[in-house]
Design a protein around this ligand. Structure first.
Ligand code: 13P
Length: 273
């Protein structure tokens, strides 16, 4: 069942977060959906602009995800979410194609421009029952969110979820991870919308739990699925030099990818906190 993020956030227990996993192809989508169903939990399928381009386009991604949900008889709530949409146009394309949620990332721009662009996306999304996430402060520029800007940003844009920059980063962390938990707490107290933690890869479990306790409601994971899958596939190819069936090669990473998805889902569920 495809839903928007609000429907998932509304049903989350205290001290619980929903997982956002990035997808790259049919197999990843299928594996993630199967594990989420096994774990009886909602899931957010995040797709970056580059992954959308890789897979063929917005409509192809929508058809792939909605087709799998139907064919696999998936009943858990599933969100199809544009991850880091960098323009109003790309968010509109996703919305028009059937995505149930989008992220507009204008965080590299000055505050007033970030507000203006985000506001326009949120306005369009509301008319289609699509939820909107936006970033304030810049993770990729290692620029933490200024708490003084938070209220104005959320109020003026009308977004449904906020991704603050709190010492997190995308990809493999260089050096020790140190999430700014006091900053998460401070921001969470200021707004009544869920907070999102990007760059979930490589963050120690204890810090993930602290982040959830402080107000994080959505955790994004991408790289850690890639490294788990790639490690298994690499080993399979080295040990099976005669195999050329792409189905065997791609699915040789299925177990490791599924185990990683399961591990992260269990970590973020209420009873483990
Ligand atoms: P990682 O690749 O670091 O897990 O981050 C994923 C992410 O935040 C996607 O938006």
């Amino acid at each position: 069942m495809l839903v928007n993020m609000e429907e998932i956030f509304d049903k989350l227990n205290e001290n619980e977060a929903v997982l956002h996993f990035n997808i790259n192809n049919l197999e990843w989508t299928k594996y993630i959906l199967e594990v989420a169903r096994e774990e009886n939990t909602s899931v957010i399928l995040g797709v970056s602009e580059s992954a959308i381009k890789y897979m063929g386009g917005y409509k192809t991604v929508y058809n792939l995800v909605s087709g799998l949900v139907l064919d696999l008889n998936i009943k858990i709530p599933v969100v199809l979410h544009l991850d880091h949409g960098h323009s109003i146009e790309s968010c509109k394309k996703a919305i028009d194609a059937g995505f149930t949620s989008v992220m507009i990332d204008a965080s590299s721009l000055p505050l007033s421009e970030n507000i203006e662009i985000t506001k326009q996306v949120a306005y369009y999304a509301k008319t289609k029952n699509v939820t909107v996430e936006a970033e304030l402060g810049s993770m990729d520029a290692y620029q933490k969110t200024n708490p003084k800007e938070v209220k104005e940003f959320v109020l003026k844009t009308g977004i449904d979820a906020l991704a603050p920059s709190i010492g997190n980063a995308h990809g493999i962390y260089k050096g020790e991870v140190r999430l700014d938990i006091p900053l998460i707490l401070e921001i969470a107290k200021m707004v009544d919308i869920p907070l999102v933690l990007h760059g979930g890869t490589g963050i120690p479990d204890s810090q993930i739990k602290d982040a959830i306790k402080s107000g994080i409601k959505k955790i994004n994971i991408n790289t850690e699925l890639q490294t788990s899958w790639a490690g298994a596939v690499r080993e399979y190819i080295i040990n099976n030099k005669d195999v050329y069936d792409p189905r065997k090669i791609i699915s040789s990473g299925e177990i490791e990818l599924k185990n990683k998805v399961k591990e992260k889902i269990r970590l973020c569920k209420n009873n483990n906190i």
